[in-house]
Structures are given as C-alpha cells and as structure tokens.
Design a protein around this ligand. Structure first.
Ligand code: ATP
Ligand code: MG
Length: 446
C-alpha cells in the first residue's frame, strides 16, 4: 500500500490529503515543537538527528500506523523540508559534490571530481515543490523570482552560489544551479592534483612577491577563483589588500584585507553597486594591491589604469580560452567603458598594465590545469608579444579515462628576469635566462 493510500485510509476527511499536504502538515508540527534558537547552534548533522527524533515522537503520538519503510520515508521527507532545501539537503551535505544542477523537478545532476552524474533517485514531487524550494532559497536573500524577474543570482548563508531561471525563459521548467562554496587550495595542494608543478609554484610565488600584475584566464568553472585565491595567499603580510567580487569567494588569510562585494539592484530596481563602482572607490582607499574576482565589463579599464598607475601586484580573472584571447577580451571589455578611448591607446594601456597571464583549462577528464603561463613582453603601442614560460602538453585520453601530459618550461625574457632580480627574487632554475636569445631565435625562425 502506498503512503498516500495508507494515509487516506486513516482519518476522517484525510482522503483529500496527498503526500505533499501530509509532509507539510508534519513539517509545521515539527517546527512548533523544536527550539529554533538551540537548533541554530547545532551542525547540520546534529540538526537532522534532532529533527528525526522529535518527528518520530510526533508520528507515534498522532500519526497513522505505518510500516517501517513508510515511516522512514515520511520522516526523511518531512525532515528534508524542515531543514530548508528538501531533497537537496543531503546533496549539500555531501562534500564530494561541487555542483548541483536541477533541470525541472525530475532531472537532478551533480558534479563530482569534475564529472557530471545524473542522480536518478533524487527528484522533486512536482513543479510546485521545486518552485517552493527555489522561492525559499531566493527569499532568504531578499530576492524574489516570478514571471517578471525570472532570472536570479543569490548566495546561501553557507556560501553556496545559486542561479535560478524559470519559465517562460526556460523551456525546460525551473532550473536551479548551486555551486558549492569553493574550497581553498594552496598552490602545493594543486601540485598534488596535477594542476601545475613545483617549478611553476616557484615562478608564480616569485612573480606575486615581486608585484607583477597577473591576469588569470579561463572558461567557466576552470578554476580561476581557486587559483586567484591561491595566488593572493602569496601576497606578503604587510601589504594592504582590497578584494572586489560579485559574490565574495576569496578567502585570504592575511590580516590586512578589505573585502568588498558588489550589490545587485533590489526588488524595486534601485541601489545597484557595480564592480566598477567598487574598483573606483578602492583607488581612494590606499590599496597596495587590488584583487578583482572577475572583470566582465567597463570596470576593466579602471582596473587596467589602476594596474599601470602604482597598484602593481594587482590580480584579476577574465573569461577566455587562451592567453591571446585573454588580451583581446581585456581590450574589448575596456572599450565597453563610457570613456571613449582610441584603440591604440587601449593597446598601450594593456601593454603597460598586464605583466603575466595564467591560463587555466579544464580537460575532458574533469581535471583543471594551468595550460600556459606567459609574460606580456611588449611596450607602448607595439603589437602584443606574449612569451610563454610554461605549458601543459596534453596527450590523448587513456583507457583509464585520464588525460596524460607533462609541463614544459621556457626561459624568462630578460626584462622580466631583471625585474625579479631587482626585487630580490631568485630566478627559478627551470626558467633560467641563459638560453633566452637562442629560444627567441628558434621561435622567430618558425
Ligand atoms: N586545480 C584544481 N583541481 C581540481 N579542482 C579544482 C581546481 N581548481 C578549481 N577546482 C574546482 O573546480 C570548481 C570550479 O572552480 P572555481 O570556482 O575556482 O572556477 P571558476 O573558473 O572561478 O568558475 P566561474 O567561471 O564559474 O567563476 C570548484 O569546485 C573547485 O573546487
Ligand atoms: Mg570564479
């Protein structure tokens, strides 16, 4: 007998009840009986255990007679709902899941170790139940989602980033995408994951300490924020750092850090503060370094100006597929500013602002690696000249589903090497300058 028909047999007018009424009825009773203030001091695991115990008492006291399996199912659903995000709660609890994707009530996917997986056993009972969960999420951050605002970005209190898009924009039903708050990795942990090697760690550490302006480039989800965080961790303790992001994900350990976060417009469409507003404001805050989570609009020009006028050692990320594209993209974004700047002047701006580009690539096996480190070695209005310092040469995917490959290292151009030396930084042996002229000749001959 199904849970629903069992309940229908139980009470006087309960034949009108369906599962979701039953679940929400018990949820209300459960919330009446627990001490919310005390609950907030417990971990998610403890909260679940507490709710299960209290609900068990309530069902024994006033509920229908249920089989062990039915009872367990009812308890699970009520507790999932009471905890806030219904069937998503256990997924949020699972640390191996980095992303949760809900495509309408019946299709739930997760990303684990860089790979997508469909979870056939997880589903919402209806379109309405999924919408309720979505509304619960966005209302906690004072946003709303409906036909007039069918697209919303929000962040859960626990840091997860949420995007919602609903019909009529989505023809696949309400879509919910939850990105877990990215775990911070130190560069040496990324070495263990195969994302770079020890020589590159030494090089990047020297470049950050010597205040090179660095742009991290990559596609969505390629690990830009994670690398930006690791690089930021190398900034010396005595410097004043201002970080600027759309949703604060960086987790800097230094003591002198100011964290700024942009703000979307409120429900009435007012009060928006953009990344650009924050970059401009940060210039009046005497920063030693400005770290911008991602440039994607006119703020790029302000960022480039800051980089070339005394805020050396600044860091930012940009969305691009390789280092050459990253430069073109920076140029396009900078030209989106309201200041009308001639093309050649933008070229000049980028040549003098950007010192190093670090490209991230997400490979077919889900791994994220630094696929190139390049120095921008051109001046003034010259054509961009990128000199590659490190590369990942990938081989074809093996039978084990892994993408093999190795890192190669190339010598630093003399100007960059000199700058490191002037800052008291050793040149890591793998990037020694001795063969530079020779390499240059080979490259130019090609
Ligand atoms: N080097 C790495 N090795 C393994 N996993 C990584 C690595 N870097 C990042 N990740 C994981 O990949 C996911 C995406 O990382 P991250 O948020 O840094 O990417 P992103 O490029 O900033 O994405 P977006 O474009 O959406 O801002 C996270 O789950 C993160 O933990
Ligand atoms: Mg990011």
């Amino acid at each position: 007998m199904s849970l629903q028909s069992r309940i229908a047999n139980h009470g006087d007018n309960s034949s009108r009840l369906d599962d979701s009424h039953l679940v929400s009825g018990y949820r209300v009773k459960l919330l009446e009986e627990i001490d919310l203030a005390e609950m907030s001091t417990l971990s998610l695991h403890e909260r679940r255990a507490r709710l299960e115990r209290v609900l068990g008492h309530i069902i024994s006291r006033e509920g229908p007679v249920l089989s062990t399996a039915e009872r367990a199912q009812l308890v699970r659903r009520v507790v999932d709902e009471a905890l806030g995000l219904g069937v998503l709660e256990p997924l949020l609890e699972d640390a191996s899941i980095t992303e949760i994707m809900v495509n309408g009530p019946e299709h739930v996917y997760v990303e684990r170790s860089g790979r997508l997986e469909r979870l056939h056993h997880v589903r919402f009972t209806s379109h309405e139940q999924l919408m309720q969960t979505i509304e619960r999420i966005v209302s906690t951050v004072n946003r709303r989602v409906d036909e007039s605002t069918p697209m919303v970005d929000a962040r859960l209190k626990t840091g997860e980033r949420v995007n919602v898009i609903i019909p009529p924009l989505s023809l696949t039903g309400p879509i919910l995408t939850i990105r877990r708050f990215p775990r911070a990795y130190a560069l040496h942990e990324m070495v263990a994951l195969g994302s770079l090697d020890e020589h590159m760690v030494m090089l990047l550490s020297s470049l950050v300490r010597a205040s090179f302006n660095i742009i991290v480039s990559g596609a969505t989800g390629s690990g830009k924020t994670t690398l930006l965080n690791a690089l930021s961790g190398l900034v010396p303790e005595h410097e004043r750092i201002v970080t600027i992001e759309d949703s604060a994900e960086l987790q800097l350990q230094q003591s002198h850090v100011i964290t700024l976060e942009s703000r979307p417009a409120n429900v009435e469409g007012n009060g928006q503060i953009t990344i650009r507003d924050l970059v401009r404001n940060s210039l009046r805050m005497r920063p030693d370094r400005i770290i911008v989570g991602e440039v994607r609009g006119g703020e790029t020009l302000d960022m480039l100006q800051a980089m070339s006028t005394g805020h050396d050692g600044s860091l930012a990320t940009v969305h691009a597929n390789n280092v050459d594209d990253a430069l073109t993209r920076l140029q396009t974004l900078a030209s989106m500013s309201d200041v009308d700047i001639p093309f050649a002047a933008l070229h000049d701006q980028i040549n003098s602002a950007v010192d190093v580009l670090v490209q991230l690539t997400r490979f077919a096996d889900g791994s994220r690696r630094i696929s190139e480190i390049a120095v921008l070695d051109s001046h003034g209005r010259d054509e961009y000249r990128l000199v590659s310092l490190a590369r990942f040469d990938a081989g074809p995917m093996g039978a084990d589903g892994r993408v093999p490959g190795h890192f190669t290292h190339l010598p630093l151009p003399p100007r960059a090497a000199e700058r490191l030396r002037m800052r008291g930084e050793a040149i890591p042996a793998a990037f020694g300058v001795a063969q530079y002229e020779e390499q240059l000749a080979i490259r130019e001959a090609r």
